[in-house]
Design a protein around this ligand. Structure first.
Ligand SMILES: Cc1ncc(COP(=O)(O)O)c(C=O)c1O
Length: 460
C-alpha cells in the first residue's frame, strides 16, 4: 500500500524536473517537501524533523537558521541590492571579500573572480588555464587532467571534468581535451599486497605516463578535490598530493584545488589543500563560503596566473568572461558575515576538536557485517557498505540507498553515493547532537542487512 501523494507532491511532479532523480520512479513516491530549518535540523511538510547530516549538499556549515546572516543580507539589500563588476565597475562587499579570501587561502594568492556556483567556478578555472597558456604563447598546452570519481559540477566543461558515468551518459560528454586518472581510494583500488605508499607511487606514475605519452606541451592543468566529496568521501593516502604535485611541477601543469566542499574549515584547516599539504596555483570555493545561504563561488589565482592574464587582457583589449550575478553584493555581504562567524567560532579548530568523536563513532560501526570500510577527515565521512570479504555488491546502488532510507525513517538525513553513505554534518553540531546523529546507525544497518539478505544482495 503506497500513501497517496499530497497536493504539493502532485504539483511538484507536474511542475518540476528534479536534479539527480529518476523522474519515472518519483511519480510513485513523490518528493519530500521541506518547509523550515533550525540549528542542525530541517522539518518537512508533514512536520517530521531530521538531523541534516549532510549540511544539505555539503554547504550549510552553520546549520539552517542564522539571524546574523539574515540581517547581513537585509542590510545589503537595502543599501545596494544589485550591482555588477563588468567594464571596471565594482562594489565594496566584493572587494572586502576578495581581500579576505586572498588572505585566508594558502600560498601567495593574487586575484579573485566570482561566479554563483561551484560548476561555474570550475568552468572559469578551465577558461583561465586556457587563456593563461595563450597569454604565454603556448596554444597547444590545453588538456586538463581530472580523476575517475571526481565531482566538479555539471556545466559542460565541469561535467566533463567530473569522473562519474551518470554525468556523461546521454549528455554527449566529456568534451575533448579532458583526461581522467585513477581514484586515490586505497581500500577499493589498491592491488593485493600493495602498500599505501606503493599505491600512491603507482597513481603518480600513471599521471606521469599519461603526460609523457601525449606530450607535456599539451597539458595545462590538474584539478582535484582534496577529499573527493560526491565520489564518496575518498580521503587520499598520505603523500598522495605531494606525489601528484611533483609530477605537475615537473611538467609545468597548473594545479587547481577544488575546495567547493572542503573549504572553510570542513577538514580541520581553512582549506583542504592545507590539511593535505599541498600548494595549488588556484582554488575554487563555493558552498560554505556563504554557509549555503546564498549562491556565490570564487576562483582565487596566484600571482603568476594573475600577471599573465592581466597582461593578455591589455594586449587583446579585454578579459571576455563574466557572469551577471558573479559577486552579487548581497551574496558577498552574507559571505563576509559567514567568514566573521567562522573566525569567531574558530570553525577549523572546532572541526579538529569534533573530528575524533566523529571518527570514533564511525569506527564503532566498522565491524558491522554490512560495513566494508569507514573513512573520514575532519567532519566529512563515509560508511562503505559491502558484503563481508568483498569490495562491492553484485548489483550496485541498491543497498546504499536502502540504508539512507532506513536512516531517514529514524530521523537522520545522510546521502547514498552508490553503496556508501556520506555524512557531512553542520560544523556547529554539538557533541550531544553528534551522538544523536549516530544513535540510529546500528539499527538502520541491521534493518538494511535483513532487507539485503531477503532481496538476495547477500548470502542468506
Ligand atoms: C567539489 C565540488 N565541485 C563543484 C561542485 C559543483 O557545485 P555546484 O553544484 O554549485 O555547481 C560540487 C557540488 O557538489 C562539488 O562537490
Amino acid at each position: 500500500m503506497t500513501t497517496p501523494l499530497s497536493n504539493s507532491q502532485v504539483r511538484d511532479i507536474e511542475a518540476l524536473l528534479h536534479p539527480y532523480t529518476n523522474a519515472v520512479a518519483l511519480r510513485e513516491t513523490g518528493s519530500q517537501i521541506f518547509e523550515r530549518g533550525e540549528g542542525v535540523r530541517v522539518f518537512d511538510q508533514a512536520g517530521r524533523g531530521y538531523i541534516e547530516a549532510m549540511s544539505g549538499l555539503w554547504c550549510c556549515g552553520l546549520g539552517f537558521g542564522n539571524a546574523e546572516l539574515v540581517e547581513a543580507a537585509r542590510q545589503q539589500m537595502e543599501k545596494l541590492p544589485y550591482y555588477h563588476m563588468f567594464g571596471g565597475k565594482g562594489h565594496e562587499p566584493a572587494v572586502e571579500l576578495a581581500e579576505k579570501l586572498k588572505a585566508l587561502a594558502p600560498g601567495r594568492m593574487a586575484r579573485v573572480f566570482y561566479q554563483s556556483s561551484g560548476s561555474e567556478a570550475n568552468d572559469t578555472q578551465v577558461k583561465l588555464a586556457w587563456y593563461y597558456n595563450n597569454a604565454l604563447g603556448r596554444p597547444e598546452k590545453k588538456k586538463i587532467v581530472s580523476r575517475v570519481r571526481a565531482y566538479h559540477g555539471v556545466t559542460i566543461v565541469a561535467a566533463s571534468l567530473t569522473g562519474l558515468p551518470n554525468n556523461h551518459r546521454d549528455f554527449d560528454l566529456p568534451v575533448e581535451g579532458i583526461r581522467h586518472v585513477g581514484t586515490p581510494h586505497f581500500w577499493k583500488n589498491g592491488l593485493p599486497g600493495e602498500s599505501e605508499a606503493e599505491f600512491t607511487a603507482r597513481l603518480a606514475a600513471e599521471l606521469e605516463a599519461l603526460i609523457e605519452a601525449e606530450g607535456p606541451e599539451t597539458f595545462a592543468a590538474f584539478i582535484a578535490e582534496p577529499v573527493m566529496g560526491a565520489g564518496g568521501v575518498v580521503v587520499p593516502p598520505a603523500g598522495y598530493f605531494e606525489a601528484m604535485g611533483a609530477v605537475c611541477r615537473k611538467h609545468d601543469l597548473l594545479t587547481i584545488s577544488d575546495e567547493v566542499v572542503t573549504g572553510f574549515g570542513r577538514t580541520g584547516e581553512w582549506f583542504g589543500a592545507q590539511t593535505l599539504n599541498y600548494a595549488p596555483n588556484a582554488l575554487s570555493m563555493a558552498k560554505q563560503l556563504t554557509a549555503g545561504f546564498l549562491p556565490l563561488s570564487a576562483v582565487v589565482i596566484d600571482e603568476a596566473m594573475a600577471e599573465a592574464i592581466e597582461a593578455n587582457s591589455g594586449k587583446i583589449g579585454t578579459f571576455g568572461h563574466g557572469y551577471t550575478y558573479g559577486g552579487h553584493p548581497v551574496a558577498c555581504a552574507v559571505a563576509l558575515k559567514t567568514l566573521d562567524i567562522y573566525e569567531r567560532i574558530d570553525a577549523p579548530g572546532r572541526v579538529r576538536a569534533l573530528a575524533p568523536r566523529f571518527a570514533a563513532h564511525l569506527e564503532r560501526i566498522a565491524g558491522h557485517p554490512l560495513v566494508g570500510e569507514v573513512r573520514s577527515l575532519g567532519l566529512m565521512g563515509a560508511i562503505e557498505l559491502a558484503p563481508e570479504g568483498a569490495k562491492g555488491f553484485a548489483v550496485p546502488n541498491k543497498v546504499g540507498p536502502r540504508m539512507v532510507g532506513e536512516l531517514a525513517a529514524r530521523g537522520v538525513i545522510g546521502r547514498a553515493i552508490s553503496d556508501s553513505v556520506s555524512l557531512c554534518p553542520p560544523m556547529i553540531i554539538t557533541e550531544a547532537e553528534m551522538d544523536e546523529m549516530f544513535a540510529p546507525m546500528v539499527p538502520a544497518l541491521d534493518a538494511t542487512l535483513d532487507w539485503a539478505r531477503a532481496e538476495g544482495h547477500l548470502p542468506l
